[in-house]
Design a protein around this ligand. Structure first.
Ligand code: HEC
Length: 161
């Protein structure tokens, strides 16, 4: 083996290593994502209303059954759903959240107090007040054709009240 051959034999791995290192320097520049996705304030109000209907209906059945813990549970659900409605500023150009608070807020403390006291006559009256508030808001938001009634008859749920 002559000198040149020995040299290339010795240096070949070094050359390969250098090439590999140089390769590492090539960073692939990923295509930048420029999606400026605007968060839309377009919630499905009818879906939240469906929740409201179910919770307020079950609240009615729980009050009819004088089931205090269940009534407390559903009142809490109604309150939580109301918070969701209050967070909706507008829907179809109609103001929602503010009106919902003004109309429904006053109906809640009497209901809460009556259920907590186990005063079922007062709870029933306060519950009628809540249902009236639903309808008042439907009228105020041009949906007077959606008329809510207090829960009566046999509960249409596979649940004990
Ligand atoms: C901001 C005032 C407001 C309040 C308070 C309110 N609603 Fe509504 N509700 C609306 C509007 C507006 C719609 C129509 C939504 C749409 O156009 O998608 C609606 C729709 C509905 C619907 C039709 C959707 C469905 O699932 O069938 C029901 C039922 C309903 N509301 C029940 C209730 C009940 C029950 C309450 C009270 C516990 C209540 N709402 C309180 C404004 C209100």
């Amino acid at each position: 083996m002559n000198r040149l051959a020995i040299m290339s034999y010795l240096f070949a791995p070094v050359v390969l290593l250098l090439a590999a290192l140089a390769g590492c320097g090539h960073t692939t520049i990923a295509a930048g994502s420029h999606d400026t996705h605007e968060v839309e304030d377009d919630v499905e109000l009818a879906t939240i209303m469906g929740e409201m209907q179910r919770h307020s209906m079950k609240l009615g059945y729980a009050i009819n059954a004088q089931n205090q813990r269940l009534a407390e549970f559903y009142l809490h659900e109604v309150e939580e759903t109301l918070e969701e409605i209050k967070a909706v500023r507008e829907h179809d150009g109609l103001p929602i959240g503010h009106i919902a608070g003004v109309i429904v807020n006053p109906a809640l403390p009497p209901l809460d107090n009556a259920i907590e006291a186990g005063d079922w006559t007062a709870a029933n009256k306060a519950y009628q007040g809540l249902i009236e508030a639903c309808n008042n808001c439907h009228t105020a938001t041009q949906h007077e054709f959606i008329v809510i009634l207090p829960a009566t008859g046999t509960p249409p749920f596979n649940q004990k009240f």
